[in-house]
Design a protein around this ligand. Structure first.
Ligand SMILES: Nc1ncnc2c1ncn2[C@@H]1O[C@H](COP(=O)(O)OP(=O)(O)O)[C@@H](O)[C@H]1O
Ligand SMILES: [Mg+2]
Length: 427
């Protein structure tokens, strides 16, 4: 079969790489793709930035199956358009994608269905929002309702920071229409984990668990980013917690979406806060795989991912068992100079390690020039991802690969996996 992957990040490179390895797959188109997918065996980049272009591409090329990486095309109805044209695609409809595209929708949905999450209120009026913060006190969390590419959440440790965030979003229009409505919710303590399933209606298969690192600097310091690294599995998700997440978060969510007439299909990602006492709070839903979590998760997928995606698209997930490599995987993101505020582009990249069965470099902000030189073209440049016998081995292997890569101003964290490694090493 011929497969189309929509998107241009390291997540999409990982999808394309994994799909191209399936004996069922003859060709993988990546739209628009990046410098890594341009060179990946079995893959070909095709320009594309809008739903209508991807639909025309899929029809013209005779694509059998499409997998969508990022949230924006989903919120814009790419799945609705493909289904209306009779094309197989993995992802939720625009209506179901509201679980991610509106935080107010997601919170109200969780309340309706008894899914554990922090108490909240939603505001369009700044005066009322300020009053709510005064009544609740800090710490408190202010979130833009709409899609804000990871820039829409302020975890305010003081009431002053919360007031400033409200002013910026509601009065200052700092996030445009995404921030014209804000959700203000209670602060949850604990350790975060990413819990991702593939679903179709009430059919569901849990993927391997993972954890990412959002802050730019070692020790989880510095500004928030799209993610500086991730690893799988996440030891904080014990088998007992796994079961509880399925029973109290995932299944009620899928059941609720069916009951409300907007059944969910595709990847459902619950961002969790797990408190020291084991209680679970949902921070958010995403309606797609995470980036960088996808990179280590797919490194560990031992089955035929194209077959899994076909079952997801056709609603036959009850006929397949996911198959995981028991070895942990860890990915380190190399970011461009100036990331996240104003990443510099155009720096030549050298020193890429050889891809092997247990090490792969997934590209994001790279382009391959006509001169065959690879250059930076975005904030997160690549994720160097490795499998290892232990998490420590995976980290050592990923870091050995990452430290050979050279471009001007490269930024990387040196402590990806530190939470799990500390537990693992007993230090
Ligand atoms: N209620 C909360 N309590 C504590 N921290 C939170 C809370 N909500 C969000 N955060 C922190 O902010 C980050 C981003 O919030 P999230 O809801 O995942 O939004 P997005 O990913 O859309 O930016 C989370 O990963 C978490 O670290
Ligand atoms: Mg998040």
């Amino acid at each position: 079969m011929k497969v189309l992957v929509i998107g241009s990040g390291a997540r999409e490179h990982a999808f394309a790489w994994k799909l191209a390895r399936s004996p069922q797959v003859q060709a993988v188109l990546v739209s628009p793709g990046n410098g890594g997918t341009a060179r990946e065996s079995g893959c070909r980049n095709v320009p594309g930035a809008r739903v209508a272009e991807w639909l025309a591409l899929a029809q013209h090329e005779g694509v059998d199956l499409t997998v969508v990486g990022p949230e924006n095309p989903l919120a814009e109805g790419v799945v609705d358009a493909f289904r209306a044209a009779g094309l197989a695609i993995v992802g939720p409809t625009a209506a179901a994608a509201q679980l991610e595209s509106s935080k107010d929708f997601a919170k109200a949905f969780m309340m309706r269905h008894g899914i554990p999450t922090a108490a909240y209120a939603t505001f369009t009026d700044a005066v009322a929002a300020h009053a709510y913060v005064e009544a609740q006190g800090a710490p408190i969390v202010v979130k833009a309702d709409g899609l804000a590419a990871g820039k829409g959440v302020v975890v305010a440790m003081t009431a002053g920071e919360a007031h400033a965030a409200i002013d910026a979003m509601l009065a200052g229009n700092s996030l445009g229409s995404a921030g014209a409505r804000v959700v203000i919710e209670g602060f949850l303590r604990g350790e975060e984990a990413s819990f991702i399933v593939v679903a179709h209606g009430e059919q569901v298969l849990a993927l391997a668990t993972s954890q990412d690192h959002k802050r730019l600097k070692d020790g989880d310091q510095g500004p928030n980013t799209g993610g500086m690294g991730a690893y799988s599995p996440a030891p904080v998700v014990t088998p007992e917690i796994h079961q509880r997440v399925m029973d109290t978060v995932i299944r009620p969510a899928l059941r609720g979406m069916v009951a409300e007439g907007t059944p969910f299909s595709g990847f459902l990602y619950a961002g969790l806060m797990i408190a020291p006492d084991g209680s679970i709070g949902v921070l958010e839903f995403n309606c797609r795989m995470g980036d960088p979590e996808t990179q280590p998760i797919l490194m560990r997928y031992a089955g035929d991912f194209a077959v899994l995606m076909q079952h997801a698209a056709t609603g036959t997930l009850d006929q397949v068992e996911p198959d995981w490599d028991p070895r942990p995987a860890l990915g380190v993101v190399l970011a461009a100079a100036g990331y996240p505020e104003s990443p510099r582009k155009g720096d030549a990249i050298t020193g890429l390690p050889q891809d092997t069965g247990d090490l792969h470099v997934f590209h994001a902000g790279t382009t391959l020039g006509d001169d065959d030189v690879l250059r930076t073209s975005g904030g997160r440049v690549m994720t160097v991802t490795a499998l290892g016998g232990t998490l420590r081995d995976a980290a050592d292997r990923a870091y050995r690969g990452a430290t050979g890569i050279v471009f001007d101003g490269v930024q990387l964290r040196t402590d990806i996996g530190h939470c799990a490694l500390r537990q693992h090493d007993g230090t």
